[in-house]
Design a protein around this ligand. Structure first.
Ligand code: PAF
Length: 292
């Protein structure tokens, strides 16, 4: 796999591929790759003629006091995984290459960036959308692949792409889980064994939500509270939020109307922040006038 740190060189390589008639897929990552990332590269490989993975621990999406300096950096392993999964090119820019001296532009998705994750991590999504816009301009892909694990992130990226007329198809790929249900995350390697076993309860809480959505008439907010109760009874999990929201607008769902929603969880286990989610199918409620 070719490795290229310079934006203008990546741009030229992609244009060359395009001239050869290849469709271009881009998989933006922050490295510390795991099976979830590998599934994104493999999907891009299956769907595109030329696959660019990007590896950049983006400083602007970390708040003060967050884990930027200790975020795992495993470039040699990452390059092997990219190669094995079929990437053609890996873009490994430097911070100075992405944020050239004097740069003065950010991209903000105004409202969606302030709720849920954005409320817990002020400024986080401005960093994400700013860097993703730059990565999409540099790699100019036909398709860009993101994981459903960062549910709100893919909602914001879809909004940005639509609002700015960025000519790319955003593809969201399913969460990849460990055998006990823990969603794959680069941050899982921060967990000690005891925290690691507690962390499996995030998925259990999502299963509680899924079960309540399909077998009861509980409201979205009652389902959200049931997730919080499940997590709190585990002990050693600090719940930052649980929510059941509209999967496209992230607006709170106040009542059961049928259709899809998404259950979201953010917690702290020890010093590690973890998020997870599950799309919920709400069967249409039968009114009193309808027969069974
Ligand atoms: O999901 C991530 O790894 C990052 O937020 C992204 C999309 C690569 C932007 O830095």
């Amino acid at each position: 796999v070719d490795v290229e740190p310079t934006p203008s060189d990546v741009f030229l390589r992609v244009q060359q591929a395009r001239r050869h008639g290849l469709t271009v897929g881009c998989v933006p990552t922050m490295g510390a790759l795991h099976a979830g990332h590998v599934s994104l590269v493999e999907r891009a490989r299956a769907e595109c003629g030329f696959v660019v993975a990007t590896i950049f621990v983006n400083p602007t999406q970390f708040g003060p006091g967050e884990d930027f300096s200790r975020y795992p950096r495993t470039l040699d392993d990452d390059l092997q995984l990219c190669r094995a999964a079929g990437a053609d090119l890996v873009f490994t820019p430097t911070a100075a290459g992405m944020y050239v001296a004097g740069n003065d532009t950010i991209v903000q998705v105004c409202e969606l960036s302030k709720v849920l994750e954005g409320a817990c991590r002020p400024g986080h999504f401005d960093g994400v959308t700013t860097v993703v816009a730059r990565l999409l301009n540099i790699t100019a892909p036909d398709r860009a692949y993101f994981g459903q694990k960062d549910f709100q992130q893919q909602v914001l990226i879809r909004r940005m792409v639509q609002d700015l007329f960025i000519p790319v198809e955003v593809i969201t790929c399913p969460i990849v889980r460990e055998p006990d249900g823990l969603a794959m995350s680069s941050r899982n390697r921060y967990l000690n064994p005891e925290e690691r076993s507690r962390a499996a309860q995030l998925y259990q809480a999502l299963l509680v939500a899924r079960n309540l959505a399909s077998t009861t008439t509980l409201s979205p907010s009652e389902i959200s509270r049931a997730m919080t109760r499940h997590l709190e009874k585990t002990g050693g999990i600090e719940v930052q939020y649980t929510a059941v929201v509209d999967a496209e607008t992230l607006a709170p769902l106040s009542a059961r109307t049928g259709g899809t929603g998404v259950a979201l969880i953010a917690v702290r286990v020890g010093t590690t922040r973890l998020i997870d989610n599950e799309v919920l199918m709400f069967p249409p409620l039968r009114g009193p006038h309808q027969s069974a």
